[in-house]
Design a protein around this ligand. Sequence first.
Ligand code: ADP
Ligand code: F6P
Length: 328
Amino acid sequence: MEERKIKRLALLTSGGDSPGMNAAIRAVVRSAIYKGIEVVGVRRGYRGLLEKQFMGMQSHSVSKIISTGGTMLKSSRCPEFKEKAARAEAVENMREAGIDALVVIGGDGSFRGANLLHEEFGFPVVGIPGTIDNDIYGTDFTIGFDTAVNTAVEAIDKIRDTADSHNLVFFVEVMGRDAGFIGLYTAISTGAEATLIPEVHTDVDDLCNYLVSERRKNKTSGIIIVAEGEDLGSAEEVAKKVKAKLPDYETRVTTLGHIQRGGSPTCSDRVLASILGNRAVEALLDGQSGIMVGQINGEIVYTPFAEACAKHNQINKLWYEIAHILAL
Ligand code: ADP
Ligand code: F6P
């Protein structure tokens, strides 16, 4: 099949940043240059398309960024992009700058915007999943998830030390918007006593009965992971509810917050970002558009944005049960 002609490719990062986005930027820039394509970096996501925040990128522009967190192109949230007029302006600005195709690195919100550029204007666009939440359908892992869970695990291991020393029950809130991946993975790998994630309903009475149950009679401290998006509320609220029923318990709350979004990416995130970045450029050259590049069971998979946005990556409920069994 003949390659699609691309003279100039634009690249942006959008939505919440994630560790490994820089490695993906590097992979896209160098894969494109390798194919003789000029690269334009768009600063601050979709906002940069509207404000023509374009910068030429060479191979050396992405030197030494593979090991850094954040995104050198900066990210933003740009509500105006939900309006068709703004998207039309973005396409006009790209065409005016001689840009033939676009790579969007971001989460499902960013892919909704990208899909509209493809559907409404026939603009060639391919997505790379970059978010710590791991909630995107069409890939086993999103770029940044592995680093984020490792950061959370390191923090919780430290919390465990002080919880043990003082006989405290800690409620630790982890990120993940509406998805329990970070919660589940951190719970298994820190041996948390209980895991509260949005995908599994928890009753506060059951949680309290469990904390005082026979099976825990030799335990003097505990770690309860509360995923952001949990329907019982934030870690603070869950701690209050438990304290109301078990006033003798000494409780503490830690919200890990944005430390989970930063830091040097792990090897897994760097490799994933490098492979997906390269395949995104190749997908555009192959004539593809309106799709996200992911990896499932080690194979590269292309999923239409519409499907990637309509569905969600599902947690494995068996893993949730195993987390509970091993917390004995
Ligand atoms: P993420 O990409 O991490 O899920 P957001 O949901 O905040 O992050 O989306 C990032 C940006 O993508 C938004 O600020 C907006 O510019 C764009 N976007 C999100 N949803 C849509 C939509 N339905 N239509 C057009 N653009 C959208
Ligand atoms: O999508 C990534 C994420 O970190 C979510 O886990 C979290 O809900 C959200 O972004 C936080 O967004 P903000 O940085 O706007 O507080």
